[in-house]
Design a protein around this ligand. Structure first.
Ligand SMILES: *[C@@H]1O[C@H](CO)[C@@H](O)[C@H](O)[C@H]1NC(C)=O
Ligand SMILES: *[C@@H]1O[C@H](CO)[C@@H](O)[C@H](O)[C@H]1NC(C)=O
Ligand SMILES: *[C@@H]1O[C@H](CO)[C@@H](O)[C@H](O)[C@H]1NC(C)=O
Ligand SMILES: *[C@@H]1O[C@H](CO)[C@@H](O)[C@H](O)[C@H]1NC(C)=O
Ligand SMILES: *[C@@H]1O[C@H](CO)[C@@H](O)[C@H](O)[C@H]1NC(C)=O
Ligand SMILES: *[C@@H]1O[C@H](CO)[C@@H](O)[C@H](O)[C@H]1NC(C)=O
Length: 798
């Protein structure tokens, strides 16, 4: 194997040399310049990942930029990482980018005028400009011994921050105007005066901060305002740290070839990554998971709504019409200007709408009548937000002087009463959707990524290079072929548990199973879907035979589902040996698990800390496989200790797909779930609030299971004790834990099940508890994916 790697490395460097040999320059010396008219006047970083030069950004409009090199040369929409003159593009003729004799770097338009310059003067004759492997364009002066940096593009970012690029008190990321218009837009990432990293919307007529949530004090948003060093940086692995205590890790944390953080044109900051040029970028982190809470996204007098399936939508509020048909940031304007006379106004009730800012005070404990009266008295009052607060038990009235940042929110108690001319006949029905026009911004989902291991990635990488370089194709193809044979030749891929072989799945007769289970005499488990019996098959294998209760499913349908499940294979997934479908009998035959369920073992205290950690990791691997790796996308929907079985070595295997449905992976939601599935105590809030069901419901249940394993406290017992219904289902355990997490788990032993004996690794246990708490976030987007869970647990056991 080692020999092949070495060989490929040599091959790789050969390919890179070839690429370089026909590129223009990698260093500019003083007195030289790049011309807009010469397509070959491009600088290339030594690793060929970045290019710098002139790029067309409009008709006869060119900017001097740094971008990610693509295998096919110059695509129409490259991934820019820096731009000298985004707001002042130059002419396509006679424009020049030059390093003058005095060390100054200037960009001249066709008429010779200076559009941009570094304003640097150096007496040295050894000034040179180069494009580094990191994407940094650097002007250096060669002194006696070492190079001194005079200027670098990393110090004046445009909208992108690259790995290792330090974001400072002087830096700003400013979004582009739209997906295609690269000039400065309305959104800025910067360090505010209180040392906190924030997002600012600076629109055509209003501005305001919107991240972190403006109503939160820095401390409540998890930020610190005490560290005035004001620096932030993302490393190549995808970890971001800021001096205000803000940090995150991308969903694909680990070695990735290309990664960038960008202030996107739609007001969100995102991290994108991809494995190599030419591929699509995937989002691996974003700051705001609720796009409607980004200010100005739909402009004034409009309503933002977001649905997971259809994405973000802007529409005018009733009585308003669009101002600019091509650009939502201008929002809507009144169809008829309202009169100031009290008698000439009326209110239109628009439920479930929340607006932010521009209040004429906060009037607590107002009746609706008092609230309306107040608004009528104010000539410039455009409507009122009337909100019920659970905690106070009263309504609060917010007279609105402007209607901005309105979003439609279900499940909340915010209502809008719009002030409209009395003569108007706008109604709530239809009006809001009357111009159900699409917003310019697309919605972007975090990709479900899963690291398939180094070998695979290496193969892909090689394949790309192979296609990119004609002459070496044959040689490469041979290497790739060799690789594939070597890697897939191994049946058991080991560490991550994917097994490719599928052995012995078959159909059993009813009499055969009746005999094996001695007439269904030895019951070993009982669930919603049926009863499980122990049995010994003719070939002496010990099996668990599950007899399904509601056997009204047709044979064909049953078979389709069963053979699907039979095709799944993972070392942490219970293996199905076969099935029986005869008359009204429907049975499933599984491998028998020596130690029964996790539920039984937690109770009996048979598990030490190492076993508990391994069970958590194995279960996570299995769920990640079901969610992200196997051909059919599967949700388990009933993850609980009763469904996690343990073999003779206490390795976990996930069981019971009685409730799961096999679906096409492309479908993001399970709209066809008509009834609630799952077990009380382990069910995610989405079930209760009737929200779209995604793989995050399993993540939630998994979190609860892990918490039970860590703390030794049982969820279902908690429920029985309080019996306050779903809302309070896990109050005691979770609030207790969160309290302790706030104090940073100063002592992990404090939360651990005191009845478990043996030594434990503090770091591992802390990770386990932290991950589990993330998994049970109320908001599904805040929960990690199962593969992220695997990653985090593996990280801590290294
Ligand atoms: C890009 O947006 C700016 C600012 O709105 C505008 O002035 C410019 O004309 C736009 N450029 C193009 C090519 O649409
Ligand atoms: C951020 O902090 C974590 C832990 O403190 C560290 O492991 C990581 O390397 C840091 N990342 C960067 C980019 O400094
Ligand atoms: C402030 O932040 C910087 C960068 O994250 C860190 O190195 C430094 O130790 C912090 N200072 C204090 C007092 O916490
Ligand atoms: C609408 O916006 C576009 C782009 O900003 C601008 O070019 C156009 O002039 C605007 N139209 C009107 C009617 O204001
Ligand atoms: C709200 O106002 C009503 C009537 O003015 C009063 O009876 C009630 O005590 C008030 N409630 C609160 C919580 O202040
Ligand atoms: C909105 O977008 C969808 C698909 O993106 C498109 O089919 C539809 O025609 C658009 N509607 C309008 C009014 O532009």
């Amino acid at each position: 194997m080692a020999a092949i790697y070495t060989f490929s490395l040599i091959l790789l460097s050969l390919v890179m040399c070839l690429q370089l040999s026909y590129s223009a320059v990698d260093t500019m010396h003083h007195g030289s310049s790049l011309s807009v008219e010469e397509p070959k006047d491009v600088m290339l970083s030594p690793n060929a990942m970045f290019s710098a030069g002139f790029y067309a950004v409009g008709e006869n409009a060119y900017s001097f930029a740094v971008w990610y090199s693509e295998p096919n040369g110059r695509p129409p929409n490259p991934t820019f990482v820096w731009m000298a003159n985004r707001d002042q593009p130059v002419n396509g003729k006679r424009s020049k980018f030059s390093l003058l004799g005095n060390g100054n770097l200037v960009l001249n338009d066709a008429d010779g005028s200076v559009v941009w310059s570094t304003d640097i003067v150096s007496s040295s004759s050894a000034v040179h400009l180069s494009l580094d492997n990191t994407g940094n364009l650097v002007l250096r002066e060669a002194n006696d011994r070492r190079d001194v940096v005079l200027w670098q593009s990393f110090d004046s970012p445009t909208d992108t921050l690259l790995p290792q690029q330090v974001f400072t008190r002087h830096s700003k990321l400013v979004s582009s105007r739209s997906e295609t218009n690269m000039s400065s837009g309305f959104y800025t990432l910067f360090f505010d005066n209180d040392n906190v990293l924030r997002l600012l919307y600076d629109g055509p007529d209003v501005s305001g901060l919107y991240w972190p949530d403006p109503w939160l004090a820095p401390w409540d948003a998890g930020r610190s305002s005490y560290n005035n060093s004001r620096v932030a940086v993302m490393d190549t692995l995808g970890s971001f740290n800021s001096s205000d205590d803000f940090h995150f890790m991308t969903s694909d944390y680990g070695k990735v070839v290309q990664r960038r953080l960008i202030m996107d044109h739609d007001g969100n900051i995102r991290v994108y990554s991809r494995r190599h040029g030419g591929e699509k970028w995937s989002v691996t982190w974003q700051a705001k998971s609720t796009p409607c809470s980004i200010h100005g996204i739909c402009g004034p007098n409009s309503l933002c709504s977001y649905h997971q399936n259809s994405g973000l939508k802007c529409s005018c509020l009733p009585g308003y019409k669009r101002k600019n048909d091509s650009d939502w940031s201008y929002g809507c304007e009144p169809k008829v200007h309202p009169s100031c006379k009290k008698t000439e106004s009326r209110f239109l009730y628009v439920p479930n709408v929340k607006l932010f800012g521009f209040d004429y005070g906060v009037k607590e404990n107002y009746t609706l009548k008092e609230c309306k009266e107040l608004c009528l008295q104010l000539c410039n009052c455009k409507g009122i937000q009337y909100t019920f607060y659970d905690t106070k038990g009263t309504y609060t009235c917010y007279p609105k002087l402007q209607l901005r940042h309105a979003s439609s929110i279900q499940y909340f108690t915010d209502d809008l009463y719009l002030k409209l001319p009395a003569s108007s006949s706008y109604s709530n029905e239809g009006s809001t959707d009357e111009q159900g026009l699409n917003c310019s911004s697309r919605t972007i989902k975090i990709e479900r990524t899963y690291d398939k291991g180094h070998e695979n990635r290496y193969v892909k990488f090689l394949v790309w290079f192979a296609t990119g370089v004609g002459g070496l194709e044959l040689l490469c193809a041979f290497v790739v072929w060799f690789f594939l044979v070597r890697t897939t030749g191994k049946q058991d891929s080991g560490a991550d548990g994917r097994v490719y072989a599928l052995a012995g799945f078959r159909k059993f007769s009813y009499s055969e199973l009746k005999q094996a289970t001695k007439g269904f005499s030895q019951e070993i488990g009982r669930g919603a879907a049926g009863v499980v019996y122990k049995g010994v098959l003719l070939d002496q294998r010990v099996a668990a035979v599950k007899r399904l209760k509601d056997a009204n499913q047709g044979e064909e349908e049953f078979l389709a589902e069963v053979s699907c499940i039979g095709r799944l294979n993972h070392m942490n997934l219970i293996e199905m040996w076969g099935y029986c479908a005869e008359g009204k009998h429907r049975l499933l035959v599984y491998e028998y698990m020596e130690h029964g369920s996790l539920a039984k073992n937690i109770e009996s205290n048979a598990l030490d800390w190492t076993k508990r950690f391994d069970i958590a990791l194995g279960t996570a691997r299995c769920l990640a496989y079901l969610h992200e790796e196997c051909l059919e996308w599967i949700l388990h929907c009933d993850v609980k200790p009763q469904n996690i079985l343990l073999d003779s070595n206490y390795h976990p295997k996930v069981a019971d797909f009685g409730l799961s449905k096999l679906r096409n992976r492309n479908e993001t939601t399970y709209s066809s779930f008509s009834t609630i599935r799952g077990t009380r105590g382990y069910m995610a809030p989405e079930w209760i609030f009737n929200l779209p069901i995604t793989s995050k419901v399993d993540v939630y249940s998994y979190g609860i299971v892990v918490l039970e394993m860590v703390t030794g406290r049982s969820i279902t017992k908690d429920i029985e004790a309080t019996d306050n219904g779903v809302v309070n289902q896990h109050l005691s355990m979770v609030t207790w834990l969160k309290e302790r997490q706030k104090n940073g788990f100063t002592c992990v032993s404090e939360i651990l099940d005191p009845t478990v004996e043996g030594v434990y690794d503090e770091g591992k246990m802390e990770t386990l508890a932290r991950v589990a708490l993330q998994c049970i976030e109320e908001e599904k987007d805040k929960r990690p994916t199962m593969s992220q869970v695997v990653e985090m647990l593996q990280e801590s056991s290294r």
